[in-house]
Design a protein around this ligand. Structure first.
Ligand SMILES: [Zn+2]
Ligand SMILES: [Zn+2]
Length: 256
């Protein structure tokens, strides 16, 4: 991986794998890294029965491409929100976002794979986390098709399969893998990398809802180095920055 900025370089750190180190003294308040996600996927369960039947009207809904919060769906004819015309299940904030999604993040393969999984009753017997892992795997396999170089970057991130990721892979792999193009081992490795490297993209703060939860996850390849190796990461900083930027992390060194 090339260095993301002149201030940082990627180095092999003895006994700890690759890491990013400063290539020159850094000042407090200095922006040292701007990183964009190579992959984003929804943190909401695939089967949203519990959300749609919830009596709480505050159940949030997000654009399935850019993850912006969508306006309330009922009684708002001026809303630009559109549904995927094929599965009629995934919402997008505008026809522009839908069209971008259909050509990438919600390609016809993704649309079919998600629909196929939603119809599988075995998924409901699994822990809820399995549905979010399914979102990730489908997004990752799709990335392999649309951007093989980004897929390789994701595979190169740290992570080693453990019992829980292997169990998830064993369940999800036969349901998702297109024409067995990807091995079970690759599926396990992907899930392990996701577990260690994904950043949560939080819901916006609201005075009426003090339980902010994650709306989506993103794989930010350079930022993942910082959280693992460089220094105790002020996790809120990443989170707060993400609320405003959505598609980029700007890490600012707050201590000099
Ligand atoms: Zn959107
Ligand atoms: Zn669809």
């Amino acid at each position: 991986m090339a260095a993301p900025s002149s201030l940082l370089k990627v180095e092999e750190i003895q006994g700890r794998g690759r890491g990013m180190v400063a290539s020159q003294p850094l000042k407090a308040g200095q922006s040292v890294l701007r990183d964009s996600p190579i992959l984003q996927y929804s943190a909401l369960p695939l089967i949203r029965q519990s959300l749609s039947s919830s009596s709480s009207a505050s159940a949030s809904c997000f654009c399935d491409h850019c993850f912006k919060t969508l306006p309330p769906l009922q009684g708002d004819s001026s809303s630009c929100t559109v549904l995927c015309p094929n599965c009629c299940h995934h919402y997008f904030c505008s026809s522009k976002c839908l069209s971008k999604a259909l050509n990438n993040s919600h390609s016809s393969w993704v649309c079919q794979a998600l629909s196929h999984l939603r119809a599988n009753s075995l998924l409901l017997e699994q822990p809820l986390e399995r549905q979010v892992q399914a979102n990730f795997l489908i997004a990752a396999y799709n990335l392999a098709n649309f951007s093989p170089s980004d897929f390789q970057i994701m595979l190169s991130l740290q992570g080693s399969p453990e019992e829980s990721t292997i169990a998830a892979a064993q369940f999800l792999h036969p349901l998702i893998s297109p024409r067995n193009e990807f091995s079970l081992e690759l599926t396990s490795a992907l899930l392990a990398n996701d577990k260690l490297n994904a950043f949560g993209i939080m819901q916006s703060f609201s005075e009426h809802d003090d339980q902010r939860s994650v709306r989506a996850y993103g794989i930010y390849p350079y930022a993942s180095f910082l959280t693992m190796i460089a220094f105790p990461m002020p996790a809120d900083l990443i989170t707060l920055t993400l609320i405003h930027l959505m598609t980029a992390i700007i890490l600012t060194l707050l201590f000099g």
